[in-house]
Write a protein that binds this ligand. Structure first.
Ligand code: ADP
Ligand code: MG
Ligand code: MG
Length: 481
């Protein structure tokens, strides 16, 4: 008995010390490498108080080679997004009758889209910086890669993900896991995203024109954006950061529809704002969005590409034959894309919607009910709440504002999450892999189509929803095996 107890006791003590050391190193490394967010209480200040706002994780999770599958698919997802965005009939069919009737926000975006189409697109340069998110769904014969969603506007954390490898290499080193430490991949997303913006800027063809970051009023995630900005500076691409209200007050189009803001000609508008209803604080914000969309500036993304990222489009794509339609010459590509789709069901009025509703009411634990919203801010509905919401909407058109999705069930893994104002404890964690894509099209020519890196976010399985900005998930790194 004594022989057994002593090592155990020693282990427990050492472990506590190890954790304390890990916390210290993780914090210092995150600060030193700039894996930071500003705090809620001071979202527009980079003063020292921001130093305890980083989130990260000690032991990187082990992700299998499904990682390679996700990366190799990204170019095809870029192509898919681009092709859908050009297919106004498809977008209209997918969005006009349903989401638009019941969703004021999407409806307003769609109106801008229609207006721009009627007037004719004023730029021949189209680009996208998107992020396709996945979870590994557990099946009897092992995990499979299933897509959660694709983000076509303001896909964030590429900048910070560029620096998380340096943090996790250090924490792994501290606990003597040198081999794993060396296996954390480099991940230069910031350079890849900037490469797309720089290419569009170059094609626009005016040295003095700038890449304008359209930023939020509260800029908590500025460090993430700065990483991309600095990469643009390295390429001698001038940048500026502007809020909606500033663009409204100081922006205009000249007779050639060139966009000028605060005296600067804008070559590219990079939207890091404008994806949530409450970001349009007044009619002026909507007027500003319209002005930018009508302009000759390259939009990252343009309004059609923004709409392509809606959950309704995702659901329509999953219907038989739809994604296939976008790859008439490459059925195998359509098949690879489709393989990542989870079950997605319409809740439109009619027999199909009724069937999906009945399914959800019978086994709510198997599904996620999703409204047409973005931003990882707890919009999704789970479990018992699904029943409540669907019953509340019975007989009304309100049901159409949602789609139903199979709930993906990844295997939890034990890990420590380091979150601001939270005690460090062992949690059962779930991870979501994001893959970044960058593409630029000039007229009919795709002049760039790349996968530019990844993001791993991990959260406790006690939290159903909520991202890194909400303080729920933390930034992580995959270690491949
Ligand atoms: P958003 O655009 O707000 O980020 P998501 O579709 O990514 O919306 O949903 C937010 C979060 O909810 C995801 O990051 C994931 O953790 C969880 N989630 C969404 N869909 C599913 C699903 N089908 N199965 C399991 N979890 C999901
Ligand atoms: Mg999203
Ligand atoms: Mg998401």
């Amino acid at each position: 008995i004594w022989v057994k107890l002593l090592p155990l006791l020693k282990f427990v003590l050492t472990n506590a010390t190890v954790i304390e050391n890990l916390v210290a190193v993780a914090k210092d490394a995150a600060l030193q490498h700039g894996v930071l967010m500003r705090i809620q209480e001071a979202p527009n200040s980079s003063e020292v108080r921001s130093n305890n706002t980083f989130t990260n994780n000690f032991f990187p999770l082990y992700v299998s080679s499904l990682y390679n599958q996700a990366l190799s698919l990204q170019k095809h997802f870029n192509t898919l997004v681009d092709r859908i965005s050009q297919d106004s009939e498809f977008l209209k069919e997918a969005l006009a009758r349903y989401t638009i009737e019941v969703d004021d926000f999407t409806s307003r975006l769609f109106k801008i889209h229609q207006q721009v189409l009627e007037e004719g697109r004023s730029s021949s340069i189209t680009m996208g910086l998107n992020r396709s998110d996945y979870m590994m769904d557990q099946r009897d014969d092992g995990p499979v890669l299933k897509q959660i969603e694709i983000n076509t506007i303001a896909a964030s954390f590429g900048g910070l993900s560029t620096h998380t490898p340096e943090v996790h290499r250090k924490t792994l080193h501290l606990v003597g896991r040198f081999k794993e430490s060396q296996r954390i991949l480099d991940n230069n997303v910031a350079a890849g995203l900037a490469g797309g913006l720089a290419k569009a800027w170059e094609l626009y063809g005016s040295e003095k024109a700038v890449v304008m970051f359209l930023v939020e009023d509260k800029q908590r995630n500025i460090f993430d954006q700065r990483c991309v900005e600095y990469e643009l500076w390295k390429r001698n691409v001038p940048t500026t950061r502007k809020r909606f209200d500033v663009v409204y007050k100081t922006g205009s189009l000249d007779q050639d529809k060139k966009l000028f803001v605060d005296g600067l000609e804008v070559a590219v508008v990079y939207f890091r704002n404008g994806y949530m209803p409450d970001q349009y604080v007044s009619e002026q914000s909507w007027e500003t969005r319209l002005m930018m969309e009508r302009s000759k500036a390259v939009k990252c993304p343009d309004i059609s590409t923004h709409l392509t990222g809606t959950k309704k489009v995702q659901q329509v794509l999953a219907k038989p034959g739809v994604v296939e339609r976008f790859f008439p010459e490459q059925p195998e590509v359509a098949q690879q894309i489709r393989a990542t789709f989870a079950g997605l069901y319409t809740l439109d009025q009619g027999p199909e919607g009724d069937k999906a509703e009945a399914m959800a009411l019978a086994e709510p634990e198997r599904f996620v009910l999703k409204p047409q919203r973005e931003g990882g801010g707890g919009n999704n509905i789970y479990g018992k709440d699904i029943v409540e919401v669907l019953q509340g909407l019975k007989g009304s058109t309100g049901r159409m504002a949602y789609i139903l999705m199979d709930k993906i069930q990844p295997v939890p893994s034990k890990n420590y999450l380091l979150r601001r104002d939270n005690p460090v404890k062992m949690s059962n964690c779930l991870s979501e892999l994001g893959v970044y894509g960058a593409y630029v099209r000039h007229g009919k020519d795709m002049v760039m189509n790349q996968c530019v890196g990844h993001l791993l976010r991990t959260k406790s399985n006690e939290d159903t929803d909520g991202g890194v900005a909400a303080g729920v998930a933390v930034l992580d790194n995959p270690v491949l095996f």
